[in-house]
Design a protein around this ligand. Structure first.
Ligand SMILES: *Cc1c(COP(=O)(O)O)cnc(C)c1O
Length: 475
């Protein structure tokens, strides 16, 4: 191809490729379509069913061009109206959160401006926003300024970063793996066990420490187990405390665990993915000792009500995090050493990533912290209110929860587990409010998890009337 042919080919290609840059008038129209869709979605949240038990269809890509309003309609039918509507205040299963609008807006701005937030040199402003969010988190959990942190995609990846740092600090490799011991409870989130497997510690010894009647780790038992393992010439290495267990909302005795970890030189990790932000509420005292942890994880996409896709990890030992994650490539030689420390990519397995700092930073700047705290406090009271109502209906309740997760079951005279399962099925078939289930001490239980910022007293009232109408069907 000579230069002339090349130019004419470029002109030809440009006619097609330019379609990817949408002109302003069309942009305005697309945004209007989207705004209309979003407004009707949000205003319909309270009336619409929260759970649709059906599969999704018609979503294949077939290179037929379609217009946005048509696609939004498809999205409503096949995405919004299948499965659980996790933006709804009526979602009280698993660990919900809702998804703040301002955070969604931040995602739109971040995606449009597309700064390279992973490397300070490439976008000092975006990296600085990420680092400022980390600084704020350090202050929330009284972690020292010298600790490092990262905004991840969620708790599972945060856990990987923390455990890898623990592994490398304690040099757990080769023969030492099968002699090293991790201490946790049966209420541990499965992502902790998954993280151990992923980072090559599958053969490590796992000790399930007994719990008290509130599902909290028994510190006396922890000490007993560690002392026995030392006598047996094993290598006690890591203890994982949970600040807000997923099933039961319990906070382990963090301060006592910290004492034991310190005395025996164990890495102390706290999984505060769900419960962490309750440290900002009247429950603050339960978190005493969290500041003594070597690492913690916390999920803004849970306790800060942000849309899915942002977790956080804080680690005190900078060197151990950099050991496994620091990065240097020839094509990045323009980034100097000083700047490397400020770059999120040196603290995470990720390099190129979505600029997720903005989705945390913008809501904090626009709303301030106060409404977040009030909202968390409200969730704590709503669980109490819910439990009182259930008790009036004759339900049995799990122990008084530390945070906003609890459980209940109906004391049917015969086949209690079967009938509670049946009740759960009726609740799912009804679909007005979503609850999930678990097995606790061999008992099939229905969980209440209140964490969507949109969940209000009226939402709980709806849940209670739904439960009593479903109970009438099973009785
Ligand atoms: C949700 C959760 C996790 C896992 O976090 P993801 O963000 O879902 O990856 C870990 N621990 C606890 C206690 C959780 O509630």
């Amino acid at each position: 191809m000579n230069q002339e042919e090349l130019i004419s080919k470029l002109i030809q290609l440009n006619q097609i490729s330019s379609k990817l840059e949408v002109p302003e008038t069309e942009r305005v129209e697309l945004i209007e379509n989207t705004t209309e869709f979003i407004n009707s979605f949000i205003s319909g949240l309270d009336e619409k069913k929260v759970f649709h038990e059906r599969k999704a269809h018609y979503l294949e890509i077939n290179n037929k061009k379609r217009i946005l309003p048509e696609l939004l309609d498809l999205y409503r039918r096949e995405v919004v109206e299948t499965g659980i509507n996790a933006a709804s205040g009526k979602h009280m299963g698993y660990i919900p959160a809702g998804g703040l609008f301002v955070s969604a807006l931040a995602d739109f701005i971040a995606a449009t401006t597309n700064p390279y937030a992973s490397v300070y040199y490439a976008s000092p402003g975006a990296a600085e926003i990420e680092n400022q969010v980390i600084n704020w988190l350090k202050s929330v959990f009284s972690f020292p300024e010298t600790s490092v942190g990262n905004l991840t995609s969620g708790g599972s990846i945060s856990m990987l970063i923390a455990f890898t740092a623990a592994r490398d600090k304690h040099r757990i490799k080769n023969e030492l793996i099968s002699k090293s011991v991790v201490y946790l409870t049966e209420q541990i989130h499965h992502s902790a066990l998954k993280a151990l497997r992923i980072i090559g510690l599958e053969d490590i010894i796992i000790r399930y420490v007994p719990m008290d009647e509130h599902h909290r780790m028994r510190a006396d038992k922890l000490l007993e187990y560690i002392e026995k393992d030392i006598v047996d010439e094993l290598n006690p290495f890591l203890v994982v405390g949970t600040a807000g267990t997923t099933d039961t909302g319990a906070v382990d005795p963090l301060d006592r665990i910290a004492d034991i970890a310190e005395a025996n030189k164990l890495w102390f990790h706290v999984d505060a993915a769900y419960g962490g932000f309750f440290i900002l509420t009247s429950k603050k005292d339960l978190f005493k000792g969290i500041e003594r942890a070597d690492s913690i994880i916390v999920d803004p996409h849970k306790g800060m009500f942000l849309p899915y896709g942002v977790g956080a990890v804080l680690v005190k030992d900078k060197a151990s995090v950099l050991h496994s994650n620091h990065y240097f490539a020839n094509y990045m030689q323009d980034a100097n050493m000083e700047e490397m420390i400020q770059s999120p990519s040196n603290v995470s397995p990720e390099l190129t990533k979505h600029f997720r700092g903005l989705r945390v930073w913008l809501p904090l700047q626009i709303h301030g912290v106060e409404p977040f705290v009030a909202c968390l406090e409200e969730k704590l009271l709503l669980v109490k209110y819910f439990r009182n109502k259930l008790s009036e209906l004759g339900f049995k309740l799990g122990p008084e929860p530390d945070l906003s997760v609890s459980y209940f079951w109906y004391p049917f005279e015969t086949d209690s587990n079967e009938k509670n399962k049946q009740l759960m099925k009726e609740i799912h078939a009804d679909g007005d409010v979503y609850l999930s289930s678990s097995i606790i001490n061999g008992q099939f239980v229905i969980r209440i998890a209140i964490l969507v910022f949109r969940t209000k007293k009226e939402t709980v009232d709806k849940a209670v009337s739904m439960i009593s109408r479903c109970l009438a069907k099973v009785k």
